[in-house]
Structures are given as C-alpha cells and as structure tokens.
Design a protein around this ligand. Structure first.
Ligand SMILES: [Zn+2]
Length: 79
C-alpha cells in the first residue's frame, strides 16, 4: 500500500517513474509495433509521453514560481 498522504514532489516523482516504466514496456520493436498492444501507434506509450511532458512542464512551472513569502493570505481553518 502507498502512504495515504504524499507530498506533491513525491507524486510528481511517481508520475515520472510510472511513465518511464510504461514507455519501457511499450517501446516499439524493430517492426515499429508495440510488443504489448501489438499496434503501430500505441496509445499507452502516447499517454505516457504526454504524462512525462506535462510532469516536466509542471516541474519547471513550480520551480519558476516559488513563493517568496511563505505566509500566504490563506485562511487556516480546521476541517
Ligand atoms: Zn503499447
């Protein structure tokens, strides 16, 4: 079981790791076909590539917009 609460960085890392595993499994063979899906245009690999791209963009985005002041104007309410 995974921990119930993950930090955004942990989720980000898991997304990238999972996408890489998927891409490795669904890498096209010499004939250009995915060995798992047996199609030339594997939708799973395409989705994994999209996931990796988005994960990188989000990572760049979040590092570029680090909040300068930690005390944001957010209400701290219990519940
Ligand atoms: Zn595939």
């Amino acid at each position: 079981m995974t921990a119930p609460f993950l930090s955004l960085a942990q989720i980000h890392n898991r997304l990238i790791l999972t996408a890489r595993w998927i891409l490795r499994d669904h890498r096209p063979g010499p004939d250009g076909r995915c060995p798992v899906c047996r199609t030339a245009d594997c939708p799973v690999a395409a989705a994994a590539r999209d996931m990796l791209r988005v994960a990188r963009e989000v990572h760049l985005w979040s590092t570029a917009t680090q909040p300068a002041a930690p005390d944001r104007d957010e209400p701290q309410q219990a519940g």
